[in-house]
Design a protein around this ligand. Structure first.
Ligand SMILES: Nc1nc2[nH]cc(C(=O)O)c2c(=O)[nH]1
Ligand code: SF4
Ligand SMILES: [Mg+2]
Length: 204
C-alpha cells in the first residue's frame, strides 16, 4: 500500500517570501538529502499516512492553498500521485525545495532555497526555473559569488536573502550587509529581504 512519511500537517500563514501572509495548509514530509547545521526542522520524526488518510486530514482545513515542504519534498516517493489527487480536489500547490531535485510539473508555485553550505551540489542544476529563490545568508568567503551563480543558473521572478538562526542568534546584521553588497551598483536591486515572519508572529 502506498503511504507517505509525514512529520506534520498544519494550517498557518506562509511566513516567508513573496506570498508572506497567504493562508495555506503545510504538509511537511520526512527526509532530506542535506543536513544543514542550522536546520530548524525536525524531519526525522514522522508517521506513515496513506493517501486516503492524508487527503482526509487536508480536507479538514479551510485553505485552498497547499505548501509541500520538508525535509526535501522532491525526494518523496509517489509524490505525483498525491499531487494529482490534490489538483483534482482543486488545491493550488506550492513547494519549498532546496533545488537539488526536479520539481513536478503539477506544482503551481516553486520556491527554491539553494544552500551555500552545499554549494558543490549545485554545480549541476536540475531545476533551472522557479517562481522565487530564497537563499539563507551566511557570512563566508564565496557566499556572494554563490548568490550570483544561482541568479545566473536558476531563472526566477524574485530573489531573496533570508537571515537564519545560527547558534541561537539571528544573523540579521550579516544578512542586510550581504544584501547591500549583492545589490551594490545595480540599476535595479534584484535581491530582496525575506524574513521568517512566522517566528516573530509566534505562529507555526
Ligand atoms: N508559517 C510558516 N511558513 C513557512 N514557509 C516555509 C516553511 C517551511 O518550514 O518550509 C514555513 C513554516 O514552517 N511555517
Ligand atoms: S535542506 Fe532544508 S530541511 Fe534539509 S537539512 Fe537543509 S535546512 Fe534542513
Ligand atoms: Mg520552517
Amino acid at each position: 500500500m502506498i503511504d507517505y512519511r509525514i512529520v506534520e500537517i498544519f494550517e498557518s500563514l506562509q511566513g516567508e517570501g513573496y506570498n508572506t501572509g497567504m493562508p495555506a495548509i503545510f504538509i511537511r514530509f520526512a527526509g532530506c538529502n542535506l543536513n544543514c547545521s542550522w536546520c530548524d526542522t525536525n524531519f526525522r520524526q514522522f508517521k506513515r499516512l496513506t493517501l486516503e488518510q492524508l487527503m482526509a486530514i487536508v480536507g479538514q482545513f479551510n485553505s485552498s492553498n497547499i505548501i509541500i515542504t520538508g525535509g526535501e519534498p522532491t525526494m518523496v516517493r509517489d509524490l505525483p500521485l498525491l499531487l494529482s489527487r490534490l489538483k483534482q480536489a482543486g488545491y493550488f500547490i506550492a513547494i519549498e525545495s532546496n533545488g537539488l531535485g526536479k520539481v513536478d510539473p503539477l506544482i503551481d508555485y516553486i520556491a527554491l532555497s539553494p544552500k551555500f553550505c552545499y554549494q558543490s551540489r549545485y554545480h549541476k542544476i536540475v531545476q533551472p526555473s522557479a517562481n522565487e529563490v530564497r537563499i539563507v545568508a551566511e557570512k563566508q568567503t564565496g557566499f556572494i559569488d554563490f548568490c550570483y551563480y544561482i541568479e545566473q543558473h536558476i531563472q526566477a521572478k524574485r530573489y531573496y536573502l533570508s537571515p537564519c538562526e545560527i547558534n541561537g542568534e539571528m544573523n540579521m546584521f550579516d544578512t542586510i550587509e550581504l544584501l547591500g553588497l549583492i545589490n551594490h551598483n545595480r540599476v535595479d536591486n534584484k535581491w530582496l529581504l525575506s524574513l521568517q515572519t512566522h517566528k516573530f508572529a509566534n505562529i507555526e
